[in-house]
Design a protein around this ligand. Structure first.
Ligand code: SF4
Ligand code: MG
Length: 324
C-alpha cells in the first residue's frame, strides 16, 4: 500500500489548566507519539474512550490544529509544519465531518451558502459554487430545491447529509469523520453510514473514521486503531483486531460490545476495567494502562511498551504480554 496519508510520531501538547492557586498545571500531552498510514480509498477506524486523543488526532490531520511534534505527510509532502498560506493548496484534499450536525452548521446561513463556502474560499465564482452545491445535495440524497433553506429546517440525519455535502465540495481525497453518527437516532445512523459507504465507493474517498461505537467501526473500516491516553495501543486489519484482540485494553473494549446472539451474549466473559482513565496531565509510569490492566506485572510499571507485531498477521500491539 502506498500511503495517501502518513502520520509519524505525532504529538499535541496543550497548556495545563490553571488551578485554584492560579498556577498553571503541567502541560497535557493529548496526543503522545501517534503513527499510522492510510491508503487511498481506505477506511481506518480510530476508537477509544472519550478523552483518549482521537478527536485531537483527527483535527491535527486536517490541520485545524498545529502539531507540537511529528510529521503529517499527504501524498509524499509533509504538511505538518505548514502555515495557513502553505496549507492552501492542500486544504481541498482534507475535509472533516463533525459529530453534531446542527452545531457544526451556521444557523444564519442557507444550505447553499454552507455547502458553497469551501469552494468560494478556493476562488470559485458564486454561480459555479451554487451549481456544485445543487449537485452535492443530489449526491447526498437531498433535494436541490432545499438549497435556500436554513439548517433548523432539517432533521438531524438531513443536517448530517448537509455536513457531508459540505465536506465533499472540494472533491477531497481524505475525509476525517469525527463520530459522524453518534449524535443521530439509531434508526438514522444506518442510513448515514450507508451513504458514507456509497460515497466512498463512488468517489474513491479515504476515511479516518473516529468513533467510540465499536460495532459501527467494525462495519465501515478496513483497519482499526485503538487509542488509550494519547497513544495507539493496537492497530491492524479489522478481522485480526476484532477476531483476536492482542492488547488487554482492546479485549476489554470488545468484551463490552453486545453480541447479536443471546446465548453467546450470556456465555461470553465480560472484562470490567477498574477505575476511570487517568488524567493525561498526570499519566501513570511505564505502560499507562497498568493501573487498570488485569494482566499487569512488575515490568509494566516501569517500562513503556512500544507498538510491535503481535500474533501471526501484521497487527501491532503495545503490550509486554500480548495475547497470543
Ligand atoms: Fe497490561 Fe502490562 Fe500489557 Fe500494559 S504492558 S497492557 S500493563 S500487560
Ligand atoms: Mg471526541
Amino acid at each position: 500500500m502506498t500511503a495517501l496519508l502518513s502520520v509519524r510520531d505525532l504529538v499535541k501538547t496543550f497548556p495545563g489548566r490553571r488551578g485554584r492557586t492560579g498556577r498553571a498545571g503541567p502541560p497535557v500531552r493529548a496526543v503522545d507519539g501517534v503513527s499510522f498510514d492510510l491508503g487511498a480509498g481506505e477506511t481506518l477506524g480510530l476508537v477509544g474512550e472519550s478523552g483518549c486523543g482521537k478527536s485531537t488526532t483527527g483535527r491535527l490531520v486536517v490541520r485545524l490544529l498545529d502539531p507540537t511534534e511529528g510529521s503529517i505527510t499527504l501524498d509524499g509532502q509533509d504538511i505538518g509544519g505548514l502555515g495557513p498560506a502553505g496549507m492552501r493548496p492542500y486544504r481541498k484534499h482534507l475535509q472533516m465531518v463533525f459529530q453534531d450536525p446542527h452545531s457544526s452548521l451556521n444557523p444564519r446561513q442557507t444550505v447553499a451558502r454552507i455547502i458553497s463556502e469551501p469552494l468560494l474560499v478556493q476562488g470559485a465564482s458564486a454561480a459555479d459554487a451554487r451549481r456544485r452545491a445543487a449537485e452535492l445535495m443530489d449526491l447526498v440524497g437531498l433535494v436541490p430545491e432545499q438549497l435556500d433553506r436554513y439548517p433548523h429546517e432539517f432533521s438531524g440525519g438531513q443536517a448530517q447529509r448537509i455536513g457531508i455535502a459540505r465536506s465533499l465540495a472540494t472533491s477531497p481525497r481524505l475525509v476525517v469523520a469525527d463520530e459522524p453518527v453518534s449524535a443521530l437516532d439509531v434508526s438514522v445512523q444506518a442510513q448515514v453510514v450507508n451513504l458514507m459507504e456509497r460515497l466512498q465507493r463512488e468517489l474513491g474517498l479515504a476515511y479516518l473514521f473516529i468513533a467510540h461505537d465499536l460495532s459501527v467501526v467494525k462495519r465501515v473500516c478496513d483497519r482499526v486503531a485503538v487509542m488509550y491516553l494519547g497513544r495507539i495501543v493496537e492497530i491492524g486489519d479489522k478481522h485480526e483486531v476484532y477476531g483476536s484482540p492482542a492488547h488487554p485494553y482492546t479485549r476489554a473494549l470488545l468484551s463490552a460490545v453486545p453480541l447479536p446472539d443471546p446465548a453467546a451474549e450470556r456465555a461470553r466473559e465480560r472484562i470490567v476495567l477498574l477505575g476511570d482513565p487517568p488524567s493525561p496531565a498526570d499519566p501513570p509510569s511505564g505502560c499507562t494502562f497498568h493501573p487498570r490492566c488485569p494482566k499487569a506485572q512488575e515490568r509494566c510499571r516501569t517500562e513503556q511498551p512500544l507498538l510491535r507485531i503481535a500474533g501471526p498477521g501484521t497487527r501491532q500491539a503495545a503490550c509486554h504480554f500480548p495475547e497470543a
